[in-house]
Design a protein around this ligand. Sequence first.
Ligand SMILES: [Fe+2]
Ligand SMILES: [Fe+2]
Length: 425
Amino acid sequence: MIGMRIGAEIGLADAQRSALFYSLLLKDAGCSSNAARISALFGADDLDVKRDRKLTHWPGTSASLAHAVRTAGSGASPLERARRIIAVSRSGAEGARELIETRCERGDDIARMLSLAEDTAQAIRGLDEHWDGRGYPAGFAGEAIPVLARVIGLAQTVEVFFVSYGPEAAQAMARERSGQWFDPQLVDALDSVGRDRDFWESLRAEDPLARVAAFEPEDRALFAGARSLDRVAGAFAKVVDAKSPWTYRHSRCVAEIAVAIGGALDLDPDELRRLAPAGLLHDIGKLGVSNRILDKPGRLTSEEWDAVRRHPELTFRILSRVSAFSDVAEMAASHHERLDGTGYHRGLTGEQLDQPARILAVADVCEALSAERPYRPALSAREIKDIMSRDVGSGLCPDCYAAAETVLDEGIAVEPLPAASDSAE
Ligand SMILES: [Fe+2]
Ligand SMILES: [Fe+2]
């Protein structure tokens, strides 16, 4: 809303306002791709590190160090914290550039995968460039940075300050960084917005989604047919899978295995069609779980387990709000449920789990065991069957498991990764 308001203030043409709208919504689509590295480097919660970074006047040695001291190794022993702070400081500007490049490239890729306008992709790629040329990843300066990227760069930082300290502090920050981080003309435009109290109040409203929709340029709204919905599910599967190096193919493979099992069981064509998006999106709730927990090689504490067990619930909350995917929300969110009620997040039992939900649960275990994990190597088909067969009847559906055995015997089809940008980060 902040970005769209600045765009209106500077008189962007309709096509540019449309491109800006979608790039503002998708600006963080690439963020999951550097979450694992940020969490590993800082030894801390990736979500906290990212928030702190926007509040820091960065780059600059003292600011970078202060950021590292505040975030690196949080909660660890003093020795571990010191080790982390040194590691972060050593990675320096080049480390920061790489992290941002990974994220911006991936965001750009996703916008293209969704067939959005070229301006949208470029805006996402350039959103961390700074007016004085000291931003990342390309180090472009002034008008060499696409104007939409400049708007997003300002809007995203203003938003963090607005939420943390209020509108006056957000505008003061923009003024202070004008000509360094931000295009001075855009900062002037923000000043005019600053006088509109109602606007800032509206940002705190209960139902932001409805308000955001009002900013979508009506004559330029994009409509999605069945094929583009498949692309949306596929693109978000990549966002989810990029979050951890251990899951780079997980969602895609779960979808493939689930469809193969469904086919072997002669599932109704309508239900079979729903298995693919459910498989692609079942772990979307993991985006809300820190990599410090997801990639932890050791035992999880009970608090960490609680965070992991929340992910199917988040999946449900996300998918049920998207009308095109709401009919798979229930199935996708039930992938950790077990027939005997020992699963999560609701502890459903066999009678409450329909066949597609049972298929998805089997496909999820099948893929997870066939992939490498921080605490064990990838398992062979024989080992997978040994482990899964112990759970058949009590936890996993016998019919679905029998079909999965055939899939395992034929080998889980994993296509080679098509491009470098598709690989795990
Ligand atoms: Fe899951
Ligand atoms: Fe999964």
